[in-house]
Design a protein around this ligand. Sequence first.
Ligand code: BGP
Length: 480
Amino acid sequence: MSEQKMQMPDGFLWGGAVAAHQLEGGWQEGGKGVSIADVMTAGDKDHPRRVTDGVKDGEVYPNHWGIDFYHRYPEDIKLFAEMGFKCFRTSIAWTRIFPKGDETEPNEEGLQFYDDLFDELLKYNIQPVITLSHFEIPYHLVKAYGGWSNRKMIDFFLNYAEAVFKRYRNKVKYWMTFNEINNQTTWDDPHPMLQNSGLQLGKDDNWEEAMYQAAHYEMVASAKAVKLGHEINPDFQIGDMIAMCPIYPLTADPKDIMMAERAMQTRYYYGDVQANGFYPNWVPKYWARKGFKIDRTEQDAKDLREGTADYVGFSYYMSFVTKYRADNPDYVYTESKDLVDNPYTEKSDWGWQIDPVGLRYAMNWMQDRWHKPMFIVENGFGAYDKKEADGSVHDDYRISYFHDHIKEMEKAVVEDGVDLMGYTPWGCIDLISASTGEMKKRYGFIYVDQDDEGHGSLERSKKDSFDWFKKVIATNGEDI
Ligand code: BGP
């Protein structure tokens, strides 16, 4: 089938994305402290990960080893450069800079590590795109302060942001505050992803109220970081980061439509606050109806207004479908109860619904709602890969996923006029899965020889998708 050829605008940031705790390893090196990711056990798609109280004997903690990027990054960056990356998204591990989180002076060895890493990228003209908090707050802040249930976290976060903004003011232009801020806080029952806010709740605490409170503090911290970053370097581009899974109604029944609308509002009000600078009206109304007492001040409202994100960073893997339930007349959206299968889409081996058109739909929806440039900072296909005896990996399923998604992205930009800064596929090199802790859920263009228990040579090899993506970048998206 012939398809119309399209190109991205000049300067488009093609690249790849990872996060410190999922690939660095070296969890006790360079003066690094323990993060919440370091106490999270392994799991799989049927067994959720757990957050343990400190590091316990006999448990498996995959984030301790990652893929040893801490020592091997020059080799990996060389491969990224060979693919033609214009940018590389990673995060700074907060615990390398402030091992416990509440110190006043940063750890020089941690700062130096990222100086060296960024220099290595810049050597190849690869722009670092840096997330400040990617699911890995210092564990001490969880134990001593209750994580983001505590307003003090705002100051700890700003102290950390200030240290890295100042140190890297001439090396890093593109920043993001909180990775998938809405994924940390929209689950409705205890789930490992939630632990990223470091909440330690008792039986009598209202989970939902605690979530809204934590999200409020995080959004205020994010807004204040945007303001601070612009004071340190007015050229900084500081984005938010939203996990975007559009939610469709199962049928044209108006109740299903209303349910889908409320689900979208619930999942994406974070984006409203961070891009528009204020809460949509339904949120405080909902808090009042439920009797939630959320601590927020006039000064918070001012900070949110003044610290809106420069761009909307988002991840896109899949879409969801919802349906009205007769026992839920108020249309309250909870992720464990209100999602159903889409009869029109395929699923990955981990049950993620594959929907390329949903990417174009979501980009249009966000553009019309938030009016900001956008950046696709995650997209990709987690799959079982087989390495052949000669080292090759024939991942045509991954190429097909990327082909279909990039095509829809191009239509959104070229035909619909969406303002898009770049595209960084997730896990451009195989790494530890965030939701399951597995190694065998692979996303990379580069294969890493390691199993779920951390055994293997750690040797890197190119998959078929490596050369394919190299060609896409070389032709600025024309030849896919
Ligand atoms: C996002 C996270 C990433 C990443 C990705 C893939 O939610 O920002 O950290 O891991 O999803 O998810 P998983 O690793 O669970 O397959």
